[in-house]
Design a binder for this molecule. Sequence first.
Ligand SMILES: C[S@@+](CC[C@H](N)C(=O)[O-])C[C@H]1O[C@@H](n2cnc3c(N)ncnc32)[C@H](O)[C@@H]1O
Length: 348
Amino acid sequence: MATRRLPPLPTIQDLIRMYQLSARKQLSQNFLLDMNITRKIVKMAGKLEGGFVCEVGPGPGGITRSLLNTGANHVAVIEKDRRFMPSLQLLAEAAQGRLSVYQGDVLHFNMGQIIPEELAKPWDKTPPNIHIIGNLPFSVSTPLLIRWLAAMSSQSGPWKYGRTKLTLTFQKEVAERMVARILTDQRCRLSVMCQYLCDVKLKFVIPGRAFVPAPEVDVGVVHLVPRVTPLIQLPFPLVEKVARHVFHYRQKYCRRGVETLFPVHRLDLLEEMFEASGVDPESRCFMLSIGEMDRICHAYNDICQREPDIFAYNYRSRENAAKVRRKTKILTEMIEEQILHGKSSSGL
Ligand SMILES: C[S@@+](CC[C@H](N)C(=O)[O-])C[C@H]1O[C@@H](n2cnc3c(N)ncnc32)[C@H](O)[C@@H]1O
């Protein structure tokens, strides 16, 4: 199918001037005005001809234009800031029915509803011609990614149509963590969460100075393709909880983080978990492969199946209770001290 071209339009710079679209810091607005870069991001998404693309946070529409200049059948954009609606509507008119503009917060937007069902492919076949793209606002990129990974793991939302691919920007540091291999400094919970569900690649880095205004950091473009079979076949909340605890104490033996999954009086379960998983409790968390994480998660799952209260256990509430006890003790001692020395308690 031939690449489709938009008719001549005002440049993004002109639109920003025309509609006085100054960037808002609270919405993490850093615009890409260099069309070579927007084209390169779009190219990383793969073949879009005849496909459906959902762009998150289009802003004044730089990436949107590059998308419309491919053979994509339809592009849908979700933008929170209403100030961009006139410039996006202008693009929609020029695109003659190929662009839908939604004003709203992507965190509350049901993307699954706007995808044409005829593009659906079975999960175990090649990915459908459905793509999610976005130069994401830094403020929402990680929580949004975790939500999308959860939806992917349950094959819901945009993933009820098959293995929908994502091409997204992140702060370079976050992008490096997503793709980090074992034994590297960047290896963390996010590396495990992304890699057990997806084939994830850092495609290229955009220098911060390419954005207007320029953020203090560089930006990585990451491409994620959901795996046919996740490397850990257990419910997402369980894997997320285990990964969060394992990576809690980076510099200590992984045993220290895993310990926080259990109440203090049930450390027998901690021993059971390491024995069943065959993982060395003296490994550091960044040394653990996905295969070892899989064995740890399965051992934890077996314990939770047998003792369901264990999954609900939250060591932080224990920490909080301990803090309250400590504060109460200090206050009691201060009051006793004041009574002993005849001082008024009003100074407390
Ligand atoms: C980093 S800017 C990118 C703008 C444009 N895509 C570009 O590359 O020039 C992020 C965009 O996401 C929008 N945004 C921020 N939070 C959002 C949210 N929760 N839902 C939808 N859009 C959001 C901002 O208003 C802004 O337009």
